[in-house]
Design a binder for this molecule. Sequence first.
Ligand code: FE2
Ligand code: FE2
Length: 443
Amino acid sequence: MANKYIALNVLDTMDNKIVKSVLNEPFLILCKNFDTEEQKTVQLNELFKKEGFFWRTTDSKWTYYIQEEDIYNFSTGGKNVQVPFSGFTDNYPELVQMSNEKRLEALEESKKKLKQLELKRSKDDIEIGNVVISGTKDSIMLNKVIFDDLMKLTPEKAKEISKSSVAETSEIVKIATNLMTDFTGGFSIFSDIVQKSNGSTINHMIRVFIMSLSFFQYYNKLINSGYAAKLRVQFESKYRDKYEKLLPKANFNIMKLERVFRGGMTSISDLETNAIGVGFLLHDIGKQVDLEYFEGAEGYVKDRIEAHVTNGFNELLKRTVYPPVVSAIAGFHHEYYGHDSGYGPLREFINRKYPDGHTCEYCISYSLHEVYNGEALCFFPAKLLEIVDVYDALTDPGRKYRNPCTPKEAVEFIRDHFLSDEIKVDPILFDMFELYLKDTGEL
Ligand SMILES: [Fe+2]
Ligand SMILES: [Fe+2]
C-alpha cells in the first residue's frame, strides 16, 4: 500500500519543541516539483541544514510532504491520536466531541457576552477588545467544527442543519460590528493576541477579522467624507499607469476612477455590512485536514494552501445557508488581480464561462452579480480583505519560516512586491489601508 503523505507545512501548526526535534531527524520527505512533476526523496534534516524552513519559500517550485506515520509516531510517542493538522489547534479536539446542540449553546453563549457589553455601552477599549477577541475566537472555532461535520452530509441536509449556526454567527458579527464602531482605540489593543500568536490559523483569522472590519469601517468613513473627489484629482498622476496594466485593453482616454470601481466608488450600507463581516470572520474556514493528503504520486491534490479557497467557497455555498457574499470572500481573497502567484475559483469560473477569452471593463465591483458576469476583475470585500491578509501574514510573529516585519517594513514589502512591476493588491485600496494604519497608530 502506498504511504500516506501530508504537506510538510503541518509543522507550522505544531508545538515549537516538537518541530525543533522533528527537524533534527533523518526522516525521508517527498519533494515534488510543480512544473516538471519530478519527485524525489530527501532527508529532512539535511535539507533543513542547507536552508531553514525551506518549505515556505514562496518562489520555490517544490512542495514537500512527510509521511503521516512519522509525524504521528514522533509527536505522540506512537499513540494513535490526531495531530492538529489544520492549524485550528486550540480547543478543536474538544469541540469535535461536542454534540451539535452543545455547540449551538456555546455560540449563543458567545453572543450573550457580546450583547451584554453592547447593552452596557462600554467605552472601555480594552474591555471591548477582549470581549470581541474571545467572541470571535469561539465563533470561528465552533463554525469550523460545524463546517467540517456538514461536509459529511448531503447538501440539502447540511443546509438545513446549518441554519441555526448561520443565524447565531450573523448575530455575533452584527454585535461585534457595532462594538467595533464604538471602539476608538488603535489596533494596538489587539497586540496582546498578536504577541501570543503561535502562527496558527485561528489566531490569524481572529486578527484578520478584526482588522478587516475596522479597515472596512474606516473605508466607509473616508468615502463619506469625500475621499473619492480627492482621488479623482490625483488619478491621472498617481494611479492611471497602474490601472492601465490591469486593464490593458481599456480605452485609455476614459481611464478614470469610474473604471476602477464599477458604478463609482461608494460606501457600503449597513445591510450589506453583516454578510461582509461574516465573510471576513470565516475567510480561511476551508483550511481543512483532508485536502492535505495525497497517496504517493496518484490521487495528488494540487496544494493544500491553494485548496482552502476553493474548498471554503464550494462548501459554504453548497452546504450552508450563508449568503453568497460569504462564500465569495472565502473564495476570492487570493486572486491577486489574476497574477500567476494568485489562485482561486473566480478565474476558473470566468475561464469556463468564456473559453475563448475575456476582457474585463472594470477592476472592482461591489456586486457579486457583476463579478460573475465577468464585468470586473474582482469583488470589493475580497479585495479589501486580501490586503489585510497579506499584511497579517507579514507581521505575524508566530510564522516559523521567517522573522515578522514591523508595520513599516510590511507596508514597504507590499509596495515592492505587490504594487510595483506587477499589480497584485489594489493600489487605491492599499493607499487607504496605509492611511488607516497611520490613523490608528499602527504606523
Ligand atoms: Fe486564505
Ligand atoms: Fe487568511
